[in-house]
Design a protein. Structure first.
Ligand code: HEM
Length: 523
């Protein structure tokens, strides 16, 4: 294990995901001994009423608010332990096993086949069918998913591909900081900064998905784009509500479904209008065609189904890239700015690193990767504010989790982020923002570093971007955007925050509980 970690660190790679994967792969070789395995029926369950199940826990009568869903998960974890099973409305919703244990994360990671199965977001699939667009990478399964994902990975996850956008993404962040300079009010704040962050994220998404600068901060903004910004927030809010609500929408068209149809229709028409211009999309399409040709030569029968599916799925990819990359990235930036604002000493250390990097000219993808403190700050910000509570999987085979037999086909929610991100068992001084814990040199020896990464934090959280083969393909793009934002902003401004403390709120992705309204002091 050590040698793999050493190699990764020698390459100065701070891709959290990569290091965690190495640790997980090494763990995969460790065989765990199961003792006295209990039956699936014995998995603890929350108190449930006849007919209504636990439905009332998700209503205003019990003080529930979708923004606090993570709190409900955490309360269940505190009461029931590392695994529980819940059926919200018996007969209507499916029993779901909630897993919090780092050891279970490890086991599940080991089981992830190349055809990792995460259930489709059913209501999204239904709505997309209604408006006649494909269901998207996020929703497809099996061999079709695998073939498309292979192509996507090559364009999304290789350094050369991500770095080729560095210059443009840096320019986006510089334009954004110019906008901040023009917009400061008498308190040195930017009115409605949350909206400005959404525009910044959309501008970045436009660069890597359409090769287009939308000009959100520099020109007249197209009406359609304004609608996209306005509606992408609403879309995530509705999707969060639909995720936790009992699936009444299966039986009649609820208000949320009606609004979602309107929003997605609007978004897909806009993407259809624009996507043909994008070089990245053209490259993906070209690669798809080569792959299909190769399959045709080998196995013409297999092709028919795959060809049909891949042809339309690539068309919706741009929509996934824009849709998936706006609300998520802007919230990641809001949390990152907040944590830097309330930790001025750490902000100063980071500013020094940025100054040094800028002294040697423009920061490109390669030199960005060498900015260790910046990466450590980003990892620590994600620990303190995990950008998602977790993810879900459909179990491919029978497996023992936390001492219980769980049969193949069971739906799992993996929620260790919620339970352990501030657990002192895994992280010293968990309430403190300590980027240094992610710096190798902080640990006295290589062994200590490897212990920290493996036994302590390795599986404690599944991280902000999910895990295994189905983890977020946009993670490198997203983090590159956030990093450049910090570089541009902190080299020109000191960032402060003078409002109510911000907490993480669940809304499919985690969002700040308060308006992220910062004070920018020119340097
Ligand atoms: C900070 C920003 C982001 C966060 C926190 C985030 C988080 C996630 C998570 C947790 C998953 C599920 C992973 C799993 O099940 O293991 C996911 C999947 C996905 N994300 Fe992201 N994401 C972000 C940005 C982006 C961006 C910028 C894009 C587009 C370029 C994107 C596109 C996708 C897609 C297409 C999937 C589905 C992948 C599949 O099913 O194969 N995401 N994301």
């Amino acid at each position: 294990m050590l040698s793999c970690l050493q190699k990764a660190s020698r390459r100065r790679s701070f891709d959290y995901f990569k290091v965690i994967c190495i640790v997980r792969l090494q763990h995969a070789q460790v065989q765990s001994k199961e003792t006295a395995v209990k039956d699936f029926s014995e998995i603890p369950q929350p108190k449930s009423l006849p007919i209504l199940g636990t439905f009332l826990d998700y209503t205003k009568f019990r003080g529930f608010n979708v923004a606090n869903l993570s709190n409900l998960f955490k309360a269940r974890f505190d009461e029931l332990g590392p695994i529980y099973k819940e059926t919200i409305i018996p007969g209507l919703s499916e029993p779901t096993v909630h897993c919090f244990s780092p050891q279970d994360n490890e086991k599940l990671f080991r089981l992830e086949s190349r055809l990792a199965n995460r259930d489709p977001i059913e209501f999204l699939k239904v709505v997309r069918e209604r408006i006649g667009v494909p269901s998207g990478l996020v929703n497809i399964q099996g061999e079709e998913w695998y073939q498309l994902r292979r192509i996507v990975n090559e364009h999304f996850l290789t350094n050369s591909s991500v770095w080729s956008y560095s210059k443009d993404i840096h320019e986006v962040s510089e334009d954004f900081v110019d906008y901040i300079s023009r917009s400061l009010d008498s308190n040195n704040e930017v009115p409605n900064f949350a909206l400005a962050l959404n525009k910044w994220a959309l501008e970045g998404a436009g660069v890597f998905s359409l090769d287009t600068r939308f000009g959100m901060f520099t020109g007249e903004v197209e009406e359609h784009l304004q609608e996209i910004v306005d509606n992408s927030n609403l879309m995530f809010q509705l999707m969060a509500e639909l995720t936790v609500a009992p699936p009444f929408w299966k039986y009649f068209e609820t208000k949320q479904i009606r609004i979602l149809i309107f929003v997605l229709d609007l978004l897909s028409r806009y993407y259809a209008l624009k996507q043909c211009q994008a070089a990245q999309v053209a490259a993906i399409k070209k690669q798809r065609d080569i792959l299909l040709k190769r399959i045709k030569e080998k196995d013409p029968e297999k092709l028919t189904k795959l060809e049909k599916l891949m042809t339309k799925e690539v068309d919706i990819l741009v929509s996934d890239m824009l849709g998936g990359g706006v609300d998520t990235t802007s919230n990641a930036a809001a949390f990152m700015l907040y944590i830097m604002a309330v930790n001025p000493d750490k902000q100063e250390i980071l500013r020094e690193e940025i100054k040094t990097a800028l002294q040697s000219g423009k920061v490109d993808g390669k030199s960005l990767q060498r900015m260790k403190y910046l990466h450590a700050c980003a990892l620590e910000a994600q620990r303190m504010f995990p950008l998602t509570p977790g993810t879900s999987r459909r179990l491919p085979v029978d497996v023992v989790l936390s001492g219980y037999n769980v049969p193949a086909g069971t739906r799992l929610l993996l929620l260790s982020n919620v339970a352990h991100h501030k657990n002192p068992e895994y992280f010293d001084q968990p309430e403190s923002f300590l980027p240094e814990r992610w710096l190798e040199r902080k640990h006295k020896s290589k062994q200590e570093w490897s212990n920290f990464m493996s036994t302590r934090s390795g599986f404690a959280m599944i991280g902000s971007f999910g895990m295994g083969a189905r983890a977020c393909p946009g993670r490198k793009f997203a983090m590159q955007e956030v990093h450049y934002l910090l570089i541009s902003l902190l080299s020109r401004y000191k960032v402060e925050y003078h409002h109510k403390p911000i907490k993480p709120h669940f809304r499919l992705v985690t969002v700040p509980s308060e308006e992220p309204q910062f004070t920018f002091i020119p340097l």
